[in-house]
Ligand binder design. Structure first.
Ligand code: NAD
Length: 337
């Protein structure tokens, strides 16, 4: 199939080209995001392949359909950036990579917890300056602490397994509880109870209308004072401005985010020569108790191999049999996944 591949970096091309030797698609790479300003690049391509910060809203999908595009292949699990009802109305197939490596994201999540807890990010910089003092680096044992896991699907379940190994007390909140997590000792409670009892809260639910700003001024007040909040899910699951206020007041004690509400303008790019115009992001970068990374939780060899192979197989299935088990329909936005 002829595919216009958007938001590609050299590493994407390496992994897709390698996997494509098995499939033989005709891949044309474009570095920019897919959005209304760039959609004309896709004209005449039966398929587009996109990533997390490409914009597939109604106007973009309409333009794609006018240009002859019939398939959207997401190189990711989350699909909050696609207007699925419009895609369906236009007769477009949308496929995704539902599970490329839950381990990649789960292991990174726990890495963020340990870094923030034991202040490894600060120790790294300090020691390189010849400062071997331990002042300000005091952490706590993970063993025995309570961790609240919001969203216990594929990634949340691996986080549960790792933290069970640490001897943490585990609380979960999910609209569809997972027996595998229960067997690991996780107890399902209401969101309010989870927030009130957890020393660490970690978010693993998708971004949907129900989860947008799940962490907001009201739910922040329900959290244990000084707790750690980790978000490797999607930026808009937290209302970042209210989290900044909570960091200033001490209500949130530690924050680790790999995703940010407005990340589309910044993440995956080297902007080190430019001024960051986003005041919320700039403010976050000033806190010693905040760790921000640029959407890298998925970024392992294993995950990139799996993403490339599944994406190209999805396209092959659509081309040859007309459907794929990884196809999205609009009900999935609120159904079990
Ligand atoms: P999944 O579908 O297996 O699990 C999501 C879980 O969230 C499900 O159990 C679902 O029932 C639950 N959920 C849905 N709505 C909810 C709600 N309103 N309240 C509580 N729980 C709710 O997905 P996954 O593979 O575990 O991935 C989770 C999310 O992680 C993805 O949607 C994506 O946004 C994000 N992600 C981030 C990265 C990264 O690199 N940072 C990589 C992959 C995925």
């Amino acid at each position: 199939m002829r595919v216009a591949v958007f938001s590609t970096k050299p590493y994407d091309r390496t992994f897709l080209d390698r996997a494509n030797s098995e499939f033989g698609h005709e891949l044309t790479y474009f570095e920019p995001h897919l959005k209304i300003e760039t959609v004309s690049l896709a004209e005449g391509f039966p398929a587009v392949c996109v990533f997390v910060n490409d914009v597939l809203d109604g106007p973009v999908l309409e333009k794609l359909a006018q240009g002859g595009t019939k398939v959207v292949a997401l190189r990711c699990a989350g699909f909050n950036n696609v207007d699925l009802p419009t895609a369906e109305r236009l007769g477009m197939k949308v496929v995704r990579v539902p599970a490329y490596s839950p381990h990649a994201v789960a292991e990174y999540t726990v890495g963020m917890m340990l870094t923030l807890n034991r202040k490894i990010h600060r120790a790294y910089a300090r020691v390189r300056e010849g400062n071997f003092s331990l002042d300000g680096l005091l952490g706590f044992d993970m063993h025995g602490r309570t961790v609240g896991i919001v969203g216990t699907g594929k990634i949340g379940a691996v986080v549960t397994r790792i933290l069970a190994g640490f001897g943490c007390r585990l609380l979960g909140y999910d609209v569809y509880p997972n027996d595998e997590c229960r067997e690991l000792g996780l107890e399902y409670v209401s969101l309010e109870e989870l927030l009130g009892q957890s020393d660490i809260v970690t978010l693993h639910c998708p971004l949907t209308p129900e989860t947008r700003h799940l962490i907001n001024p009201q739910t922040i007040q329900q959290m244990k004072r000084g707790a750690m909040l980790i978000n490797t899910s999607r930026g808009a699951v937290i209302d970042t401005e209210s989290v900044v206020h909570a960091l200033k007041s001490g209500q949130i004690g530690l924050l680790g985010i790999d995703v940010y509400e407005e990340e589309g303008d910044y993440f995956f790019e080297d902007l080190s020569e430019r001024v960051i115009a986003d005041d919320v992001l700039s403010r976050l970068l000033t806190f010693p108790n905040v760790l921000v990374t640029g959407h890298q939780a998925f970024f392992t060899l294993d995950a990139l191999d799996a993403i490339a192979a599944t994406t190209l197989r999805n396209l092959q299935e659509i081309e040859t049999v007309g459907n794929s088990p990884n196809e999205l329909v609009s009900e999935e936005v609120s159904g079990p996944q």
